[in-house]
Write a protein that binds this ligand. Structure first.
Ligand code: SF4
Length: 250
């Protein structure tokens, strides 16, 4: 008994006490900030592997960005990455970071469907679909429920069957082979159901955006409730995004 207590005291707290306020250590790249410094914008735009950067004025689309950091390395006076991991939104347009702005990316409570707060505000069960994913976002979704991040404390869990789910979480660019499976899984989920896209590949296709092997027609037919950027998305981005969608009130 004494030995066990010693181990518990030695380990300290295993979990993050508050995932909504904790600071991320290390070299994490979160929300970028773009200065108004004049640079060769053509060169800047052309170095991005996923066409996430636009010119005049310069902007970065977090839904396309792979967070490779190349733009900040080549143009440190123009672009820097903060450690702000709260980069999710229910509106695609809010993922675009503009030159000269340094404000958080947020869920807009005015455009969240009413039934989401009412029905899913205290308990949210999700079915994850890896639609051609590379297992990176899938891994981070799993990490969101590990002992450190402990997303379950908020009543948010993953379930095996869409019949038991309140929504689907899609990772990967949605390959042709997975397009029908995504639709079947969505159809099997009871209303009101939400659609969450996790990671750059799911939001925009990422580096596979122009591939003939993907079929993203599902996203043209349905409304996406939450975009969670990242390549892969960080567990803190995932947890805060889901909490903001289901609990942030007007
Ligand atoms: S960090 Fe994002 S915006 Fe910058 S070059 Fe890489 S993909 Fe493009």
């Amino acid at each position: 008994m004494l030995e066990n207590l010693k181990i518990v005291i030695h380990q300290g707290k295993q979990y993050i006490p508050n995932p909504t306020t904790v600071e991320v250590p290390g070299i994490f790249r979160g929300r970028p900030v773009i200065s108004t410094e004049k640079v060769d914008e053509n060169k800047l735009v052309n170095l991005c592997p996923t066409n996430a950067i636009s010119a005049n004025p310069v902007s970065i689309d977090l839904g396309k960005c792979t967070f490779c950091g190349e733009c900040a390395i080549c143009f440190p006076e123009k672009i820097s990455f903060t450690k702000d991991y709260k980069t999710s939104s229910n509106e695609r347009g809010r993922l675009i970071i503009k030159e000269g702005e340094n404000k958080p990316v947020e869920v807009n409570p005015d455009t969240v469907r009413k039934e989401i707060h009412r029905v899913l505000g205290r308990s949210l069960k999700l079915r994850q679909i890896s639609a051609g994913g590379d297992n990176s976002c899938e891994w981070e979704l799993g990490a969101a429920n590990n002992v450190q991040f402990d997303m379950s404390r908020y009543g948010i869990d993953f379930v095996a069957s869409p019949r038991h789910a309140d929504g689907i979480v899609i990772t990967g660019p949605i390959t042709k082979n997975m397009a029908e499976a995504v639709q079947i899984c969505y159809d099997a989920t009871p209303d009101p159901k939400i659609i969450v896209l996790v990671g750059t590949d799911a939001i925009s296709g990422g580096i596979f955006a122009d591939s003939p092997a993907i079929n993203r027609s599902f996203l043209e037919k349905h409304t996406v409730d939450l975009y969670i950027p990242g390549n892969p998305a960080h567990p803190l981005t995932i947890i805060n995004g889901l909490l903001d969608l289901t609990r942030k009130l007007k």
